[in-house]
Design a protein around this ligand. Structure first.
Ligand code: MOS
Length: 734
């Protein structure tokens, strides 16, 4: 099925099951420990051996020699895989650092060996006996130092640079100007479940249980790396303990499990240890961002410019921090520029709303600063500069853009009108109290997605698609979609996900998963309805599917009976036409935050948080709310604590564990309110839904920064906003 014209009324609009806060189907499995994760037992794999990854101890250079003698004879050791004995490995398309390094070393903790032994402890012990001599080379590890060597780099979905009108002239002439630089540090995904895989060979066929967001991409990548046909590789990833972008691509654990299993002649499982994950895998690259805004005295933006610098290994992509600035606010004269420098740190890649998340952390402080210069309320300033068209291409309208409604509703709910606009004025005992807000914005990409549905003689529909549930609620919304389409209760739907044997789905990434994958299920169900109707001699456009029956005129047949002994199978793919090109499709919201800052110690506490989100039809408000409160929590982490500390001499992330890399815990996060606008977007898909998970993070960091400014009068432009950055300046207000 091709989605080319705006959606009209369809069975999803009945909203008997879609739009309801159904409990998660996978919840009981997860809470009872019966959801099989990659590193756990799989029925048909008896007694897998364990692999332990040895990571490079240098960031750049080469291996001069490797002595495996002691390791090979250590107790329980079955095989040791290195680049020397692994056979030819092709370079992938999606991983631009080699997953098994040597002799060249591209980054610290790049895998250089896998030790396979009977037990994990034996593999780990033997790995300590691997002796490696390196020849170190000079590397670049400091973004600020190399930023000016950055080259123009395309961002996802657009060129490196954009320009409209005369930015320089308009900025210079603007009576009110802001020119400020913001920085965001390197961030780690820090998902709960480590990267983990179990691999088994059956002749020339490879099967890998892994933890992966994008099954089809990763099958392709693994097959290419191993020089195998794609149809000989099967990936299975039914349950995933978080990914956040770190599991979009196949990583060293999967490749090394496959190589280890081949070398050992039996199934092998490999998990990256937590201290290995931070430098071995991927992270969100640090950014330096310069934002210039010029406005008239009454608050109309006349010039807006955003330049973003980031670094990556050769072949890597830039962090697309300027993305939101291309779209979010009006202004006749505009520019964005993206520069990418070479850094020899581990590979930078997508993490939790790549582009917009760090970009909005800067842009939405800049907007707050500009509003203050203009003497305008920050919401009023945003309303004045709202746009209903793509400001770089005014002939493209937004499909639907209720940003103003989100801010208005949020202001009301959060008692914004009681905020004192003068910073540093509100005290609650030892706490300086402040309120801040920011717009939320994230694009709404769609991806082709297929599914297969089978109706059986029990009246049960089984849905199969290689879509993943990374903790997002995919099982549940897919079941809701099939139930709504087929007129069945939820307990008559069985959903099978995350297996490359199933039709290729959109996968989980870029907040496209929910809308795209349910659209694929919708398409397959449309076909199934037609097949059922046809079998019964019904006119498919008139057949009504409800209460487990299919009805036409005065005939009514139970679906179980319609299926017959052999059942009925249908498969289809939802493909998206160019509505996304004709109309700008994005999601919108507003974040509101109250903070307290200790007047003596500068300790920062988030006291209240509210997100108002406009993301089309909300397929399941319970799982969507979970997505958003999780995202808000990540936003608080980015604002206040998350930072990979770079050793700029040795070239690695120093705090490579969860003791040193801080993320928020329950005690850091207050009660969170989430409101969804009751809306649909018929341009997005027949589901009329959009993504919401990544929207929830975009803007949060700046809302917190703006609240801290309102509390203290201290403007911090370098994330994370730790108390040392406030402390020296607090006496000015406290
Ligand atoms: Mo997302 S960072 O595309 O998983």
């Amino acid at each position: 099925m091709k989605f080319e014209t705006p959606a009209t009324t369809n069975p999803i609009d009945q909203l008997k099951i879609i739009g309801k806060p159904a409990d998660r189907i996978d919840g009981p499995f997860k809470t009872t420990g019966t959801a099989p994760y990659a590193y756990e037992r799989h029925d048909n794999i008896a007694n897998p051996a364990c692999g332990y990854v040895v990571g490079s101890a240098i960031a750049k250079g080469r291996i001069a020699s490797m002595d495996l003698t002691a390791a090979k004879t250590a107790s329980g050791v079955l095989a040791i895989v290195t680049a020397d004995n692994a056979g030819k490995l092709a370079k992938g398309n999606l991983n631009f650092a080699t997953l098994l390094g040597g002799p060249e070393i591209e980054h610290y903790h790049q895998a250089i060996a896998l030790v396979v032994a009977e037990t994990f402890e034996q593999a780990r012990a033997a790995a300590q006996l691997v002796r490696v001599d390196y020849v170190k080379a000079e590397g670049a590890f400091d973004l600020a130092a190399v930023k000016d060597s950055g080259k123009p780099a395309r961002i996802t979905g657009g060129p490196a640079d954009t320009a409209v009108g005369d930015f320089a002239g308009a900025f210079a002439a603007a009576p009110v100007q802001l020119d400020a630089t913001y920085t965001t540090p390197d961030h780690a995904h820090a998902m709960m479940e480590p990267h983990a895989s179990m691999a088994a060979w059956d002749g020339d066929k490879l099967i890998v249980w892994t933890s992966n967001q994008m099954i089809d991409w990763s099958v392709g990548e693994l097959a290419k790396t191993l020089g195998m046909p794609k149809d000989k590789v099967r990936l299975i990833s039914p349950f995933i303990g978080g990914g956040f972008g770190g599991k979009l691509f196949v990583r060293a654990d999967a490749l090394l499990a496959a190589l280890g299993a081949r070398a050992a002649g039996r199934p092998v499982k490999v998990a990256l240890t937590r201290p290995m994950m931070f430098n071995n895998t991927v992270h969100r690259p640090a950014t330096i961002q310069r934002i210039r805004i010029g406005a008239t005295r009454d608050g109309k933006i006349t010039a807006i410019g955003h330049e973003g610098w980031s670094g990556n290994l050769p072949g890597g992509k830039p962090e697309a921090a300027v993305q939101a600035t291309r779209l979010l606010y009006a202004g006749a004269n505009r520019m964005t520029a993206t520069r990418l420098a070479v850094l020899d740190l581990p590979e930078g890649n997508a993490m939790r709303a790549p582009g917009e998340a760090p970009g909005m952390m800067a842009l939405e402080i800049a907007i707050d600063e500009m509003a203050e210069k203009l003497g305008l309320d920050p919401i009023e300033f945003r309303i004045l500069n709202d746009t209903q068209v793509d400001p770089e291409k005014p002939e493209r309208a937004y499909s639907h853009r209720p940003l103003i409604a989100c801010m208005g509703l949020g202001a009301n709910r959060f008692d914004w009108s009681k905020r004192n606009p003068r910073p540093g004025q509100v005290r609650d005992g030892r706490w300086l109290v402040g309120i801040g807000m920011a717009a939320a914005f994230r694009n709404n990409p769609v991806m082709k997605s297929a599914a297969r549905v089978r109706l059986d003689n029990r009246g049960v529909v089984v849905v199969e698609t290689d879509m993943t549930d990374i903790g997002t609620g995919t099982y549940t919304i897919i079941a809701q979609t099939a139930a709504e389409m087929m007129g069945l209760p939820l307990d008559k739907i069985i959903v099978r996900l995350g297996d490359s044997a199933f039709p290729v789905s959109a996968g989980s990434g870029g907040q496209w998963g929910a809308n795209s994958s349910t659209s694929g299920v919708y398409a397959a169900c449309v076909k199934l309805r037609e097949a059922v109707a046809q079998k019964l001699g019904f006119n498919s456009t008139e057949a009504d599917f409800a209460d487990g029956q299919v009805r036409s005129g005065n005939r009514s047949v139970p679906l179980a009976q319609a299926a017959g002994e052999s059942g009925i199978v249908a498969e289809d793919v939802m493909e998206f036409g160019d509505l996304g090109k004709k109309y700008q499709q994005s999601t919108f919201g507003a974040h509101f935050v109250e903070v307290g800052v200790d007047a003596a110690t500068a300790e920062i506490r988030v006291r209240r948080m509210l997100a108002v989100c406009a993301a089309g039809r909300i397929l399941n408000p319970k799982s969507a709310r979970s997505q958003v409160i999780g995202a808000m929590t990540m936003g608080a982490g980015a604002a206040l604590m998350e930072e990979l500390a770079v050793d700029k001499r040795a070239g690695f992330f120093v705090n490579h564990d969860l003791a040193g890399y801080e993320v928020p815990v329950h005690a850091d996060i207050p009660h969170q309110d989430v409101i969804f606008l009751d809306e649909t977007d018929p341009m997005s898909s027949p589901m009329k839904a959009k993504g919401v998970g990544e929207l929830g993070i975009c803007g949060v960091g700046a809302a917190i920064a703006n609240a801290i400014y309102n509390a203290t009068g201290v403007r911090v432009r370098d994330y994370p906003i730790t108390l040392d950055k406030l402390l020296a300046r607090l006496p000015e207000v406290a």
